[in-house]
Design a protein around this ligand. Sequence first.
Ligand SMILES: [Zn+2]
Length: 378
Amino acid sequence: MIRILAILFSLHLAADLLAADGRSDEGPRIRVAIARGSPALKLKTSSRIYVLEVKTGKKFLLVENAAYDITAAGEDVQVAGQQLSSPIKLLAAEGAERIRLGKNLYKGDILIRAAAGDRLDIIEYLPLEDYLYGVLPVEMSPDWPLEALKTQAVASRTYALRYINPARDYDVTDGVEMQVYNGTSKVNARIIEAVTSTRGEVLKYKGKLITAFFHACCGGHTASAKSAWGEDVTKPLYGVADPFCSPSSHYRWEVYAPAADLLKFIQTRGSTALKIKGVRVHKKDRSGRASTLRFTTDRGVKDAPVTELRKYLGNYEFRSTFITRISPVKGGYEFGGRGWGHGVGMCQEGAKYMALKGRPYKKILRHYYPGAAITDYD
Ligand SMILES: [Zn+2]
């Protein structure tokens, strides 16, 4: 019971902080988990920073250009030798200044909370538009055409807004499982223009935000969210033909899989086979992506989902499920395919080539998310 109360209390605090800090002129704010269960934190200040003990409202100042160790001890957080009640908040003393944690610079306020096992959870709390300055240069190359960067700004803004949920401790994580975010260190003039010129714009279908998935390259046809993950799918995520990404170096891929690895793979899935005699695509979805492979073996046939084989052999090398060729070669099989990534939503390579052909960002977004309206979030 005490534990539940403690959790509720901390949620309450987060909600209070949210209300206290909501600056209406900045639009919505987002909470990004930049570390979970971290053993310690090295804080380097480039400006003066306030440490705020949330429970008491007690504040003290850290000087600029200094290094501080932050650790957790039970329910407390220790900063510069001071024992403070968790959570604490780091606030840049001057608005435009930033907080450096490890290699990354963070523009927002940082909430630090003691977690189980003397560890720290670190959550950055910042305006959504500032968060996009950090996402854009990692999710898309900053030297790409401006109209392509704008499509990414609208897609990433829409995607992030879908996850804003005050009932949780944070809204999004900073890794590849969502959108990669390493603080706002890499922001440049083009990124700023892409974000500010599309400020507040999102993709909606029938009045609701869509889950604006995106991926590196579709290989000629985007996938439906349904066939990729079994999700219920609306028109914008149903999958479209894409004639634009074919000049991309990611349009085609090839990978060699030793027969021994394929054999181990089907054995982990319950096959008793000792030899593989053949492999072919057994089922395809509407976009042409393979869903099931059929292995012919000395003990009959064995079917397996392609997504599982991709995971087993490595999602980086085995770039998509869009398999176009399986050829027996010495000691194994060569797989040939198209595209890179899950294939759902916007094809980033296609967006780049559309932009190079002079298509404006709204036209590109309408191509990849058909039926979605580009509108303000409120
Ligand atoms: Zn494409």
